[in-house]
Design a binder for this molecule. Structure first.
Ligand code: ZN
Length: 269
């Protein structure tokens, strides 16, 4: 789907606002619509991440926690280096990683500002650090490409029409919170979550492969990881695939992105 950054049917003052709210994704350089102020998003992210931490059973098993912290730190360091090299903003990122003890839930997510959760149910599929880097790199990619803000912005346009955004956020906090849950996949009610679009999925695959490569993980591992994930979906559809639907062409697309990622992998000092 092509994202329209300048819808022409809106009233002129709002049109100006929309043009100002256009951003560009890192690496893929796609123009996108992001209406929600980053400060607002960070506030919601912190509050919701806090709620998740309070209401979830967190793993303290070092066999589960240490790999997530180790891989997460390497990926976060590589991401920050890349953003700084590209002169992109980094101030909002305060990376944090939790492992939720839930062997039945095959899932992982990253909220704005680098607030990441990995469920223990996905660990048998990631298998090792490199497999974990595929999943966490993909989630970090959704976050740094602002996909959640873009989805919330689309939801706001669809549901609130031309109501000025500042008014909507201030006067309709519940609606904004619902949109946040739907956009970030962090709510407890899986049925409410919006799946990422095909465009966001392939973009997160491409950026995620590059992030993992820059962090020193072989991006070729993405192919067997997605094969394992797809095999699982035949018997027990994982939550991860309900918010990150895998198009049939995913593995073919990943093969096309691998040369770009491998250049980063091989050029590491
Ligand atoms: Zn995804």
């Amino acid at each position: 789907m092509k994202i329209q950054c300048t819808p022409v049917k809106l009233v002129p003052f709002f049109l100006l606002f929309l043009i100002a709210a256009c951003a560009t994704t890192p690496l893929t350089q796609r123009r996108q619509l992001v209406l929600l102020p980053s400060s607002q998003l960070m506030q919601m992210s912190l509050s919701n991440y806090g709620e998740v931490k309070n209401n979830s059973k967190l793993s303290t098993d070092p066999r589960e926690v240490e790999p997530v912290l180790r891989v997460g730190k390497r990926l976060a360091d590589a991401t920050m280096r890349y953003l700084k090299e590209q002169n992109l903003p980094t101030a909002d990122y305060a990376w944090e990683f939790i492992v939720i003890k839930d062997d039945e839930t095959v899932n992982a997510w990253c909220m704005p500002g680098g607030k990441i959760a990995v469920y223990t149910g996905i660990l048998p599929i990631t298998k090792d650090d490199t497999g974990l880097a595929v999943v966490m790199g993909h989630e970090i990619a959704h976050a740094i490409a602002n996909h959640g803000n873009e989805r919330m912005s689309q939801g706001m346009l669809a549901e609130l029409g031309s109501v000025a955004l500042a008014y909507a956020v201030k006067e309709q906090p519940e609606k904004t919170k619902d949109l946040f849950f739907q956009a970030y996949g962090a709510g407890t009610q899986i049925g409410l979550l919006l799946p990422y679009s095909r465009l966001h999925e392939s973009e997160a695959d491409r950026i995620g492969l590059t992030i993992m490569a820059m962090a020193g993980y072989d991006p070729n591992a993405a192919i067997p990881f997605w094969q394992r994930m797809n095999a699982l979906s035949d018997s027990r559809p994982p939550e991860f695939l309900s918010t990150h639907p895998a198009p049939d062409s995913r593995i073919e697309n990943i093969k096309q992105y691998l040369p770009e990622a491998m250049r980063h992998y091989q050029s590491r000092s």
